[in-house]
Design a protein around this ligand. Structure first.
Ligand code: C2O
Ligand code: CU
Length: 471
């Protein structure tokens, strides 16, 4: 299996990069701001980071506080967070708190929930954290380029009583399109990416580095928080001879289980919390491989066991089940049903009817219920009553995958292609395979206008976005 799908970055430079994964980003400096309020500053600006490593040059990026990923924001369930965001970019920006059920005015959607933050200006976000879990933050202004150039960071909300593990780690995955000089290819928003499966790159990083090996100790139990921050790449990770248990998806607990066929599939923006018992022996080496795209399999990194004697002989029997979060339970018997169809793309139909090109963005390639969003289209396509239960029956009428994300809420994924799901898992982003039908249910309990869009950021920019109003 090739080391990666990297084509333009040399294999040599790849192999030279053997840095171990370090904690994501730098620890933010907290300021005390009254009881339970955690405060920090995030500056979005230009930076240079060593993505490739070895003797390759640094990569010019856009970054929060100069680092990719940005600082890991880590709080406890029930805390309140206040973040002052300073825009040092040459264009407008915002910050969206992906998966957090924040008040609408704090959601970071330009022209819908706030005015974009102008260059040189600041904006203060402040909200409570009712739920524990693994989340992340990123701009919502021209996301296909701002996220694609490195603006994102992890946001972890700890349970009051976390499960017992030896280490709690975050792997923030990203996929870059680099040129041979290790610089980011500037072809953002091109028609080819927009009309096919988005900007899939050639270089995969973990916590902002190409990682060769990841040191583990025999017998240890690790909680691994995976976050997919890529514009478009879907990951399908397999942990050779290890048996990860999935304990949460998109930050939301579910019954611990081994993933189907041992593969953890994560569409863009999705998260999975795994518990991995390091069952190998001292000195052994195992490959974590990404096998999502057929013919493009690659080795993400190796788990490398150090020489230390096993921490224990048997996996611990401490429970893995996390306490439930605070979403209200939808009432499926009375839930009002709405059908939502996704159309367009190459081989989809919309193209034949003449997708429009608008500068670098290609509005009209993708559609939701026949409407391809253009410009700042912010009229809701669906209005829901606050406090009622809803069932959204989504149909993917295209030849492509789409990770569909709803802001301000989490939903239960109740059925796929007419069959009930394993655990009616809570998610905020659900991956639809080509032609797949997926049903989700939730209580519309958070008032405001909420984005509902594909998280392949090129699809979002090319029409696959809409607004759902909770009145
Ligand atoms: Cu992670 Cu609307 O976004
Ligand atoms: Cu899509």
């Amino acid at each position: 299996m090739p080391r990666s799908c990297v084509s333009s970055v040399s294999r040599r430079s790849f192999l030279a990069a053997s840095a171990a994964v370090t904690a994501a980003g730098l620890a933010p400096r907290w300021a005390a701001a009254g009881p339970g309020v955690r405060e920090l500053r995030l500056a979005a600006g230009l930076g240079r980071v060593h993505l490739v490593g070895g003797s390759d040059p640094e990569t010019a990026v856009w970054a929060y506080n100069g680092a990719v990923p940005g600082p890991e924001i880590r709080l406890r369930q029930g805390d309140r967070l206040r973040v002052t965001v300073e825009n040092r970019l040459a264009e407008e920006t915002t910050v969206h708190w992906h998966g957090l059920r924040v008040p609408n005015a704090m959601d970071g959607v330009p022209h819908l929930t706030q005015r974009p933050i102008a260059p040189g200006a600041t904006f203060v976000y402040e909200f409570d954290l009712p739920d524990a879990g693994t989340y992340w933050y990123h701009p919502h202004q021209r996301s296909f380029e701002q996220v694609g150039r490195g603006l994102y960071g992890p946001l972890i909300v700890d349970e009051p009583e976390p499960i017992e593990v030896d280490r709690d780690l975050t792997w923030l995955l990203d996929d870059w399109r680099l040129l041979p000089d290790a610089q980011i290819s500037a072809d953002f928003g091109n028609f080819m990416d927009a009309s096919h499966n988005g900007r899939v790159g050639n270089t995969v990083t973990v916590n902002g580095r190409i990682v060769e090996s990841f040191a583990v100790r025999a017998g240890e139990r690790v909680r691994l928080r995976l976050i997919n921050a890529a514009n478009a790449r879907v990951f399908g990770l397999e942990f050779q001879d290890h048996r990860p248990q999935v304990i949460a998806l998109d930050g939301q607990p579910l019954a611990p289980h081994a993933p189907d066929s041992g593969r953890v599939v994560l569409g863009p923006a999705m998260r999975a919390d795994l518990v991995v018992d390091m069952s190998g022996r001292p000195g052994e080496r195992f490959t974590v491989a990404d096998r999502f795209y057929r013919g493009l399999e690659y080795r993400l990194l190796d788990l490398v066991y150090d020489a230390a004697p096993p921490l224990r002989d048997h996996p611990p029997d401490a429970p893995l089940r996390l306490a439930a979060n605070t979403m209200p339970e939808p009432d499926l018997a009375t839930a009002e049903r709405h059908d939502i169809a996704f159309g367009g793309g190459m081989m989809g139909g919309m193209m034949g009817r003449g997708g429009m090109r608008r500068g670098m963005q290609h509005a009209g390639i993708w559609s939701i219920n026949g409407v391809a969003a253009t410009g700042h289209l912010m009229e809701p396509f669906l209005t829901l009553q606050r406090g009622r239960s809803y069932l959204l029956a989504m149909h993917n009428d295209t030849a492509w995958h789409h990770p569909m994300h709803l802001h301000g809420h989490a939903f239960r994924v109740t059925a796929r292609n007419g069959r009930p799901t394993r655990d009616r898992e809570w998610q905020d982003t659900v991956l639809l395979a080509p032609r797949e039908r997926v049903e989700v249910a939730f209580v519309a309990d958070n008032p405001g206008d909420w984005m509902f869009h594909c998280h392949i950021l090129e699809h979002q920019a090319a029409g696959m976005t809409g607004v759902i109003r909770v009145a």
